[in-house]
Design a protein around this ligand. Structure first.
Ligand code: CP
Length: 303
């Protein structure tokens, strides 16, 4: 039985991604009586960067489903110092049932997964943030129905979150336009639709989404070129009726989005944050289905 890592959306069969989302909706509906499908299982959570949502939502997700967590910062571990990735992966595989790791270096995470005998879940790298995008799609489906055929417009910097939207668009069948300064178009993944015209991107959009212009580790950078991409009321007015505003948080108040938009009825940012929890539960259940989780007993089968 192959190990179910959750590192790149494109490496997971689309039918499984859809099944994970269906289960996430179901788990949200049963959030006050969650099925104990991870009873007795343990998750190691490793971080080389700060986190509020990823850490809290994975910890609560494991506990709600009957499992346990162990949290470590990478600088407290032997990894990166005396111990190799191969040895660390082998040892963790003997203690816990899965690893959720936030580390800047995605190739290093992929190396860890290569040696691990248990699932490795990407809690964010400098290149991608797949758990965030699963929660975002869950949120879009909740507010707007099926994501297929919807127009998602991204504004501002090109980063790990926008990269993962680019990866998700063909898998989920939504249109994606990235509105970014011309100077950074060469950083946008190949094949993505990119424009320097924020108003054009907002026109007819169902979802307007942004993220901080200053990712962790980029403190002090100039913001001058990003101001035309701030999500404000004028941009929202160009979108479709009923369009929603999303942000994975934390926000840099009030740079990439105005207070007026972030606190408007169109803003679903706290549903999006809550949905990290429900998406994480379904991702964990899918990754651990082959580790003895009896989802069939709970009435759900992944395809
Ligand atoms: N959106 C997100 O990943 O939040 P944290 O950095 O707080 O985990």
């Amino acid at each position: 039985m192959s190990i179910r890592h959750f590192i790149n959306l494109a490496d997971i069969p689309p039918a499984s991604l859809h099944a994970i989302l269906r289960y996430a909706h179901e788990l949200k509906r049963s959030k006050f009586a969650p099925p104990q499908v991870l009873d007795g299982l343990s998750l190691a959570m490793v971080f080389d960067k700060r986190s509020t949502r990823t850490r809290m939502s994975f910890e609560v997700a494991m506990k709600q489903l009957g499992g346990h967590t162990i949290v470590m910062n990478m600088d407290e571990m032997q990894l990166g110092g005396a111990e190799s990735v191969e040895s660390t992966a082998a040892v963790l595989s003997r203690y816990v049932d899965a690893i959720m790791i936030r580390m800047s270096d995605q190739p290093l995470m992929e190396e860890l997964a290569k040696y691990a005998e248990i699932p490795v879940i990407n809690g964010m790298t400098d290149r991608s943030h797949p758990c965030q995008i699963m929660a975002d799609i869950l949120t879009i489906e909740e507010h707007l129905g099926a994501i297929e055929g919807k127009k998602v417009a991204w504004f501002g910097d090109s980063n790990n979150v926008s990269n993962t939207f680019v990866e998700a668009a063909p898998l989920f069948g939504f249109e994606l336009v990235l509105a970014c300064p011309e100077a950074i178009h060469d950083r946008v993944p190949a094949g993505a639709t990119v424009t320097a015209d924020a108003a054009e991107a907002a026109k007819g959009a169902d979802v307007l989404v942004t993220d901080t212009w200053v990712s962790m580790g980029q403190e002090g950078k100039s913001l001058d070129m990003f101001w035309p991409y701030q999500v404000n009321s004028e941009l929202m007015a160009k979108a479709n009726d009923g369009a929603i505003f999303m942000h994975c948080l934390p926000m840099h108040e009030w740079e990439e989005v105005t207070e007026e938009v972030a606190k408007s009825p169109a803003s679903v940012i706290y549903d999006e944050a809550e949905n990290r929890l429900h998406a994480q539960k379904a991702i964990l259940a899918w990754c651990l289905e082959n580790a003895g989780v009896s989802l069939r007993q709970a009435g759900f089968e992944f395809v």
